[in-house]
Design a protein around this ligand. Sequence first.
Ligand code: TPP
Length: 339
Amino acid sequence: RTELSTIGEFGLIKLINSKFELKNPESLKGIGDDAAIIDTAGKELVVSTDLLLEGIHFDLAYTPLKHLGYKAVAVNVSDIAAMNAIPKQITVSLGLSNRFSVEAIEELYEGIKIACDEYKVDLVGGDTSASRSGLVISITALGTAQKENIVQRNTAKANDIICVSGDLGAAFMGLQTLEREKQVFLANPDMQPQLDKDKDYVIERQLKPNARMDVIYELRDLGVVPTSMIDVSDGLASELLHLCKNSGTGAVIFEDKIPIDDQTYLVATELTFSPMTAALNGGEDYELLFTIKQEDFETIKNMSDISFLGYMTNDVDGVKLMMKSGSLINVTSPGFEHF
Ligand code: TPP
């Protein structure tokens, strides 16, 4: 174990810098001056920041640092994707206590690097500081898009079709599984933690979320620009309510169209959760929720990993869920309320 104090802040920056290379031509200057220099090549610059705090957003009892590094980048890339922009650079700022060794920070950056390579982004800056309140990770992501491609959350119209990528509720069931395993482990400290194979998918969705850049590239190839878009960090209900409130619309979605993986069903049932509640209110899916004009449906109807949930309405009375039984219920959302 190498103490952070042996290499100091500048040693740490040098170490981090030695592991990353700039790959985007737009990244003119990365780490090494007071600020990075980015060429936006005449495009709009899209900027997003996410703060991740130990105990609020992650628990190191069951989150390997490599996974945490990857996830911290992926959730930021997901915000850029949700603007229909292409991520190009990130900055990473850390608050560290001396509980962390140089090797531990290297592990964190290994995950950051894997994500930077996967999403083709450059690490161009950041800051490090001592922290007395656990690990703090703040990432800012920069992306670019042509003005006409940028998609916001306030531009959906009545009759637009509501689409979502992937499946929902798995990351929440993964979190519930890990929390329970942690409790068992804490009660029996001599026991080796054993990951249940039947829960591998939900655990992976919690620990290693995927930013859906593949969906952005596919929509681009098909020539479809969504009319509104948001990424699902807080759960489908909360995000759809955001789209509706911001756009001045309502929405109707159909229970039998909500994509839920078989393993999510099984784990939810075993842990006495309703799979539908996990999908609606669980959060951390990092899927893309977007609306398209009716006329674009023909073009995207065969996209492999997209579900068509329902449509936007003129009714400003929020989101309604049409149950298989035929009853219509109002969707409300607690979301992830910090304060
Ligand atoms: N507590 C721990 C220890 N681990 C978790 N994964 C969660 C709670 C669940 N959780 C963390 S972030 C999050 C949820 C449900 C959702 C969104 O967080 P927020 O900071 O509101 O993200 P933003 O909308 O700002 O991107």
